[in-house]
Design a protein around this ligand. Structure first.
Ligand code: SME
Length: 166
């Protein structure tokens, strides 16, 4: 996909997500909205969704679009676990070259995983950001993700800040 075309699709979908989430405070509803709008914006997005941090070192499947995803991922496994552990975005051009890659679907060829942070509050005041989830996007094409995806997806997940789970 041409860089300019990709930028344009991201600009459009980011505006659409921002407008749809206006006034929405629920975290899960917001994750579901992001997964849906993102997934249907790009033909090569094969699996698009969230894994939530539900216990120390433990991810659990959240809202997603695509084929069946595995339910539990520990921080010491897979691309999702590595992104959660490091607290940084990981781009994998060829999933078969990534040690510990978890193959939920054999059609997945490349992947990007973006950490989702929320400003945590304790005793009424803000301290450091807390990792609450990762956003995982898989493609059926090799080498589908680059710095453009990283920049836009990192911006999109900031739209989840300050949302709560009811
Ligand atoms: N491939 C991921 C697992 C999640 S699925 O692709 C939906 C990983 O290695 O963490």
């Amino acid at each position: 996909m041409e860089r300019e075309q990709k930028e344009e699709v991201y600009r459009r979908v980011t505006d659409e997500i921002r407008a749809t989430l206006e006034g929405e405070t629920d975290l899960i509803a917001s994750m579901a909205t992001i997964a849906c709008l993102l997934h249907h914006s790009f033909d090569h997005f094969f699996w698009t969704g969230f894994y939530r941090v539900v216990a120390p070192g433990e991810l659990l499947i959240g809202p997603y679009q695509g084929t069946l995803g595995c339910l539990h991922i520990s921080f010491d496994r897979g691309v999702c676990g590595a992104a959660a552990r490091r607290g940084e975005t990981i781009i994998v051009p060829d999933v078969h070259q990534f040690p510990g890659y978890i193959a939920c679907d054999p059609n997945s060829k490349s992947e990007i995983v973006v950490p989702v942070f929320n400003p945590s509050t304790s005793s009424g005041h803000r301290d450091r950001d807390e990792l609450i989830a990762v956003l995982d996007v898989d493609s059926a094409e090799c080498d589908a993700f680059d710095e453009v995806d990283k920049r836009h997806l990192e911006e999109i997940v900031t739209l989840l800040r300050d949302k709560r789970q009811r």
